[in-house]
Design a protein around this ligand. Structure first.
Ligand code: PLP
Length: 358
């Protein structure tokens, strides 16, 4: 095994892979995910060159970024021989769906304690959770979530089964950072094989996965800029990202520190709040779907792509740049917003090509 002192900066992509490989993991995701160039989209926009890192194709009940993270996160439940995983999450959480799928693959049951009122006909992630066989409790607030979690833990124990509560354990954050450290290296190797290199990497971020991108940039001493786009007002993303990156560096035994000032986060595409569909997100989804045949979601990736489009128009991203857009999944949400998306699609028209190109 490599010694820590073998890891002097800048690291090669191979050395980053070896670092990540020092951590225990369970193979679950379909890797590597494809990287595809969005040529029609770029042509219509008159630049930049855009590549899509298809982390919506990681597998496990429609895929997404959490399938990568679960490879690290499911180590402890397996080690502890947990039989029932119990999680408190947001109503339409993508993480919940992917975790239930992972638990099924590993022979564990799941109980979801979701915050919010389910619609009369559950759709999207809620429908998939039911199909996957999770036991689901809907509760109004965080207090009720805590209470129900305790009740379920007691009940599972009385039934003679081993429960484990997965909610905000450190590996949830660190596993995401490790996952996206690796995903970035994977992407750079794929770009290299195509003779390309990114100037910007765009990804939807609540801070966890972005910590991995920021770590990759620092450890490789890479010039690309990481532009995280947040879709919620819940977190102050730069300090959270830096904290998660530093916790991950400590775990890896590296004497490197990330400062919050290094973390670039855009928060102006949230709209009225987390989970609210915006017109810009719907336009961005339609543009991506109609040029590249790729489905984004209205809550996460649609908003991030809308941010990228604005940044191109504002000159933050020059037309001659190369951009990688990381598609983090979340696509089942389109079925929860079917009417809104249908109404928008019925009147949407692609913008005319810039520079008159076709
Ligand atoms: C589709 C999608 N993209 C991005 C994110 C944000 O990822 P992270 O929590 O790693 O910042 C989430 C998180 O819930 C998500 O579901």
């Amino acid at each position: 095994m490599d010694r820590i002192e073998d890891f002097a900066l800048p690291l090669s992509t191979g050395a980053v892979r070896r670092l990540v490989a020092t951590q225990p993991r369970v193979p679950l995701a379909t890797l590597p995910t494809p990287l595809q160039e969005a040529k029609h989209l770029s042509r219509l926009l008159g630049g930049p060159r855009i590549f899509l890192k298809r982390d919506d194709m990681t597998g496990m009940a429609f895929g997404g970024n959490k399938s990568r993270n679960l490879e690290f996160r499911m180590v402890e439940p397996l080690r502890a021989k947990a039989e029932v995983l119990i999680m408190a999450l947001e109503l339409t959480s993508n993480s919940a769906r992917q975790t239930v799928a992972a638990a099924n693959r590993l022979g564990m049951r799941t109980v979801l304690v979701l915050k919010g009122e389910p619609p009369p006909e559950p759709q999207g992630n809620l429908l998939v959770n039911e199909l996957l066989g999770a036991e689901i409790h809907y509760v109004p607030d965080r207090e009720a979530q805590k209470r129900v979690i305790d009740e379920v833990v007691d009940r599972v124990r009385r039934e003679g089964r081993r429960p484990m509560v997965l909610t905000s354990e450190p590996i949830f954050d660190i596993g995401s950072a490790l996952a996206y450290l690796e995903s970035t290296v994977e992407m750079l190797e794929q770009m290299d094989a195509l003779g390309a290199y990114p100037d910007f990497v765009y990804m939807t971020s609540g801070g966890k996965g972005q910590a991995g991108l920021v770590l990759a940039k620092r450890l490789l001493e890479a010039p690309f800029l990481v532009h995280g786009v947040t879709v919620s007002y819940e977190y102050d993303v730069p300090p959270r990202t830096a904290q998660i990156a530093n916790d991950t560096l400590a775990l890896l035994g590296l004497d490197v520190r990330i400062d919050p000032a290094e973390v670039i986060s855009f928060g102006d595409h949230v709209g009225p709040g987390y989970g609210h569909v915006t017109e810009a997100s719907l336009d961005a989804m339609a543009l991506m779907a109609r040029t590249e045949g790729v489905v984004l979601d209205p809550i996460y990736t649609g908003k991030t792509f809308a941010a990228l489009l604005d940044h191109i128009n504002e000159g933050i991203v020059p037309r001659d740049a190369t951009v990688v857009f990381v598609h983090t999944g979340g696509t089942p949400a389109i079925f929860s917003h079917a009417e809104t998306i249908r109404r928008h699609a019925a009147t949407y028209h692609l913008p005319p090509p810039r520079n008159g190109t076709k």
